[in-house]
Design a protein around this ligand. Structure first.
Ligand code: NBP
Length: 475
């Protein structure tokens, strides 16, 4: 047995991760349910490093040094359970199984507990960056035990992206912590993409061609909006369809699809009682875009402005949109990080938010210049929310007027901007010193005797709404 690490599941992600490990000097055992994927990898990329192909799980397990370290990169869900069930009888106490797929963190908690009882280490590791990241250096978010990380950590860290010499990989906490953080990463990704798409929509309504919009994003990518998503937005908007000569974006059907991690994020936010409306709006915007029945009935039918913006000062609009995009992005991070903080307390994970922001700085879809700022702000302190980090608070303060102008312009023209406007509503809610929740409580007490608390005295109260309207103590 000579392999340092094994990868089973050699579709795009697993194949590239295996090549990445091999390029870093590790001897990599290979396995896949369908043999051709193993053979193809060795044939095409065998000269990139030291691979040990296998034709069965037994052979695969037998080729690994002990304690064995195996990364599972198969389709999340039933596929992962099937592979675990087949592997478990072949393993010995202390071996380490890593699930690098997009598992739900509750599944990871369940699997970790089951395997721990069998003496095995199970590590749920979120891996971001798509297929290019897997090959060239992803952001890796591992959970699992300290013991497992001692063996696994150096290998994962060697394969991860690096910023200023630091790996974009760190042990985030026990059991499901890594997959939870990866899930939130994806939720933030949804929100970020929605805000970007809305900004493009406003630019279009203002008369910018796709190429002109691409130029705007290209320029933004050299400033404080620098990020992977802004960079590829410039590329996608600049793409011209070979057949028609038209911008490709204008020919792509406007129905956004989803694989489910955004939906999970919103479901879990509701379960945890952490408000994440910016992520929710992004998930719902995708669902709405794909609702053909609804859109067929209402599109072009309901009355409202026709998106015309009249004579706009293009440079001023671009500046305002850049500011609004930065603010919307910050709100998505704030809500996502709040979820991580709450879950960490709930599940006793002790996740360090500064570390999360640090390992997102490169190798993942949401990598952004802003993340260094966020990481620095959280270093050494447990902020109640990102919004009060001094440089973030000031950044929002400086940009909030522009953000309002963008929302006002879009709303007046009838351009839907749920991400940009919803995030602004979240900001104003956070700023408010008094909310209309007071009236909500009054209404709840009226129809359901749910009681309310008062600003001027302690205790719970109920008004006899259908009686003489006097107030009684409800304690
Ligand atoms: P897929 O999610 O498309 O899964 C294909 C792999 O799963 C193949 O190796 C396939 O084997 C194997 N597999 C399946 Br399906 N059912 C199996 C079973 N019952 N037993 C054994 N093997 C089984 O691959 P992917 O796109 O490379 O993604 C891998 C994981 O990484 C997923 O969890 C995904 O969510 C996650 N991820 C993907 C991306 C991305 O950009 N694609 C990014 C980040 C994370 P076969 O060859 O025999 O059919």
């Amino acid at each position: 047995a000579r392999a340092d690490i094994g990868v089973t599941g050699l579709a795009v992600m697993g194949r590239n991760l295996a090549r990445n490990f091999a390029r870093k000097g590790h001897t990599v055992a290979l396995h896949n349910r369908t043999q051709s994927r193993v053979d193809d990898l060795v044939k095409e990329f065998g000269d990139e490093g030291d691979f040990v192909p296998s034709t069965s799980l037994e052979e695969f397990v037998g080729s690994l040094k002990t304690p064995r370290t195996i990364v599972i990169m198969v389709k999340a869900g039933a596929g992962t359970d099937a592979v675990i069930d087949e592997l478990t009888p072949l393993l010995d106490e202390g071996d380490i199984l890593v699930d690098g797929g997009n598992a739900h963190f509750e599944d990871t908690r369940r699997r970790e507990k089951d395997l721990r009882e069998k003496g095995l280490n199970f590590v749920g590791a979120g891996i971001s960056g798509g297929e290019v990241g897997a090959l060239e250096g992803p952001s890796i978010m591992p959970g699992g035990s300290d013991e497992a990380y001692r063996t696994l950590g150096p290998i994962l860290e060697s394969a991860a992206a690096h910023v200023d010499g630091e790996p974009c990989c760190a042990h985030l906490g026990p059991d499901g912590a890594g997959h939870f953080v990866k899930m939130v990463h994806n939720g933030i990704e949804y929100a970020d993409m929605q805000a970007i798409a809305e900004v493009y929509d406003v630019l279009s309504a203002a008369g910018f061609t796709a190429q002109e919009a691409s130029d705007v994003f290209r320029r933004w990518n050299e400033g404080d909006l620098e990020s992977f998503l802004v960079e590829i937005t410039a590329d996608v908007l600049a793409q011209v369809d070979a057949g028609t000569g038209r911008p490709l974006v204008e020919l792509i059907r406007d129905e956004a699809e989803q694989k489910g991690t955004g939906r999970w994020t919103v479901q879990i936010a509701l379960d945890l009682g952490v408000p994440a409306p910016v992520i929710g709006d992004a998930v719902f915007a995708r669902s709405l875009s794909g609702d053909q029945e609804l859109r067929g009935a209402t599109g072009g039918v309901l009355v409202g402005p026709d998106r015309a913006m009249g004579d706009v000062d293009r440079d001023a609009l671009v500046d305002d949109l850049g500011a609004a995009l930065w603010c919307a992005k910050v709100m998505a991070y704030a809500q996502g990080l709040a979820m991580i903080r709450k879950a960490s307390a709930e599940y006793d994970w002790d996740v360090d938010v500064a570390t999360v922001a640090r390992i997102w700085r490169d190798g993942c879809i949401i990598r952004a210049r802003l993340l260094k700022q966020i990481s620095d702000e959280y270093a050494g302190q447990n902020l109640p929310t990102l919004l009060v980090a001094p440089s973030i608070k000031d950044g929002l303060g400086e940009r909030q007027e522009a953000w309002r102008r963008v929302v006002a312009t879009a709303v007046t023209a009838g351009v839907p901007v749920p991400g940009l406007s919803g995030s602004l509503a979240s900001y104003d809610t956070a700023r408010a010193t008094r909310l209309p929740a007071a009236l909500v409580q009054g209404l709840r007490d009226d129809f359901g005797a749910h009681t309310y608390r008062r600003t001027d005295k302690e205790g719970s109260f109920h008004t006899l709404w259908s009686g003489d309207r006097s107030e009684v103590s409800a304690d």
